[in-house]
Design a protein around this ligand. Structure first.
Ligand code: ADP
Ligand code: ZN
Length: 594
């Protein structure tokens, strides 16, 4: 939910830059204008001399202490000025002329202090404005005295309730007691219970971590102060720690309250060396630890922090009295997705034949944010397509848009690329058909979307909590089916398979080092944070990991090639149809195998 905050900051930064540019431009224009004006009005001494002699001048005015004179000409209203190099000869000359010429007037003025002051002030205005602006910037950064902490957000009442958080029932249950703590701290304290200080929420972006933190504040009716970890360390160095301190000072003033720190990994990542940005990080983290240890449990400040990279966090953060409670916020399961869809469908005009359960089935892996986005995209598409209500194909297009990116109809694709893509995607699809554990193909297409030249979409109907070894192996075969088809049918290979290869290799590596699925190494976890940690296993083992990973990938590739060779006619037929029609539906695809 960092969006509106980011926008506000962007607007601020924009205004500051705009202000600086405006003032600079004004200053430059003013200076140019003034010098030009002065240039226009200048008369050289020689010229003035001539003009006086030829009686073109009406009046000469001199200001005490000034080295220039004002000259009024007979035929003009404008006054001009002229520099007098040496006063004495000029005065002699003027006196001479005054005697000769009755019409010439001469006047001596004492300077008007007020006008001089005002003139000076006028030329200082840009400078003053600039200084004011710089002070403002510094105040916003938290350098000024009683300034607001930059990037911090405070809501007295979030207005969010648990009912606004769909699914996540267990997580809500676990957090409901926090609401109780915040509402009746006395009740717990008199029992001698310590109120938890910190709760860490683990989960992908968009799974509703911010939302649930706001809901806790909303249910307990306490203020919600939030700040993002990345904001603590951005802009001026050395400010992170002071910002943390200010944040907690404020929290203590308004307690009971919720402090929410988004992206805590930005400050709380493992402390390492003492150089540059890292020591800045360490200072901020140390300050956070000091603050967490500092406030008393009777102050009832509950700090919620969110991250999607728990493995990055400094272990010190997780000690008792700090973030000693950790709750994983998972991507919603089938039921959760249906509930989230229901929640966001309330204010949408859906066609009667739309079954939210079915959509939930097609959107495995979507986060709450993506589901809400999905219905919104569908509504936009329906409006654009001039439908009376949101129809099935609007939703399907929206799903595709979110999963594979926007269709790029106008990207020019050469015939050769098209053929390569057709065989590549047909390869994925055909191979998958023969893999028991793999999902059925829903659509194959060579219409470019996002970065991909084409795509094969699978139907997913169930959420899986465990994945078997066979399933992982078959997944690798399906991934390498694209490359196998390119190689066999066209005897050429392309960079288009790079992502498939990366994913497949990743699966193989995890099978060996994380899931302990290797026959020679056995159930051992070789997952390490730092490469040197592998040293304890010795070279024999680390070499063996490499051998085993390669063997798994090789095997999968061989099996993929075999499946392609066995079904080469179908591959040609599917690829040919793709080239003609660009997209093949599930039924059309299955017809090839009848
Ligand atoms: P995170 O903090 O985990 O990145 P957010 O809480 O900011 O995610 O979620 C972004 C948006 O996604 C929310 O404002 C909400 O609209 C929607 N959302 C996410 N999860 C849920 C959920 N379980 N129920 C309802 N809406 C959700
Ligand atoms: Zn591919």
């Amino acid at each position: 939910m960092a969006n509106s905050k980011d926008k506000k900051n962007n607007v601020k930064i924009f205004l500051i830059i705009f202000g600086i540019v405006l003032i600079s431009v004004m200053t430059i224009l003013l200076v140019i204008y003034q010098t030009q004006k002065a240039e226009e009005k200048k008369v050289t001494y020689d010229q003035l001399y001539q003009d006086i002699i030829h009686k073109r001048v009406e009046k000469i005015e001199m200001t005490v202490g000034s080295s220039s004179v004002n000259v009024k000409y007979k035929d003009s209203d404008d006054e001009k000025t002229s520099n007098i190099n040496s006063l004495q000869p000029f005065m002699e000359f003027v006196n001479e002329q005054l005697v000769k010429n009755d019409e010439l007037k001469f006047d001596v003025k004492t300077p008007n202090k007020f006008i001089t002051f005002a003139e000076n002030l006028f030329s200082f205005i840009p400078t003053i404005l600039l200084v004011v602006l710089i002070i403002m910037i510094f105040k916003m950064q938290g350098i000024g005295e009683k300034s607001k902490v930059y990037g911090e957000n405070e809501e007295n009442n979030t207005g969010v309730k648990f009912k606004d958080v769909a699914g996540l029932d267990e997580e809500k249950n676990e957090l409901i007691e926090i609401v109780d703590f915040l509402k009746n701290p006395k009740k717990f304290q008199s029992m001698g219970a310590k109120i938890p200080k910190g709760i860490l929420l683990y989960g992908k972006p968009g799974t509703g971590k911010t939302l649930i933190a706001k809901a806790i504040a909303g249910e307990a009716n306490v203020p919600f102060i939030s700040m993002s970890g990345s904001e603590f360390i951005e802009m001026f160095a050395g400010l992170g720690a002071s910002r943390v301190r200010k944040l907690f000072e404020k929290a203590k003033k308004i307690a009971p309250c919720i402090v929410f720190i988004d992206e805590i990994d930005a400050i709380g990542s493992r402390r390492t060396s003492n150089s540059g940005a890292e020591s800045e990080n360490n200072q901020t983290l140390n300050q956070l630890l000091v603050e967490m240890d500092g406030f008393e449990s009777n102050e009832t400040i509950i700090v919620l922090a969110a991250t999607n990279r728990p493995e990055m966090l400094d272990k010190a953060l997780l000690r008792p009295g700090r973030f000693d409670r950790q709750i994983t916020i998972p991507a919603p399961d089938l039921l959760g997705r249906e509930e989230i869809l229901k929640l966001y469908a309330k204010d949408k005009k859906l066609a009667d034949n739309i079954d939210l359960k079915e959509i939930a089935g097609d959107t495995a892996g979507f986060t709450g944010a993506e589901l809400s986005n999905l219905l919104n995209e569908a509504a936009i598409l329906a409006t654009r397509n001039k439908h009376k209500s949101i129809e099935k194909d609007d939703i399907e297009s929206a799903v595709k848009k979110i999963t594979v990116g926007l269709e790029k109809h106008n990207r020019v694709v050469s015939e050769k690329d098209k053929k390569l893509t057709a065989y590549h995607e047909a390869g994925h699809a055909v191979v998958s058909k023969f893999l028991e554990t793999q999902d059925n193909v829903k659509e194959v297409s060579i219409i470019p979307r996002g970065l991909a030249g084409g795509y094969t979409m699978y139907k997913t109907n169930e959420d899986k909590y465990y994945i078997s070894k066979t399933e992982l192996e078959e997944k690798m075969i399906a991934l390498l089916g694209g490359r196998a088809a390119e190689k066999i049918a066209l005897n050429d290979i392309s960079t288009g398979a790079s992502n498939d290869i990366e994913v497949a290799t990743g699966i193989a590596r995890d099978m060996i080092t994380v899931y302990g699925m290797s026959s020679s190494l056995g159930p051992i976890s070789l997952k390490v944070d730092e490469p040197y940690e592998l040293q304890i296993f010795g070279e024999n083992i680390t070499d063996e990991v490499g051998v085993q990973v390669k063997q798994l990938v090789d095997e999968a590739y061989i099996k993929a090639q075999k499946l392609i060779l066995d079904n080469i006619d179908i591959l040609h037929a599917v690829a040919q149809t793709l080239l003609e029609r660009e997209t093949i539906s599930e039924d059309e695809f299955n017809a090839f195998f009848e």
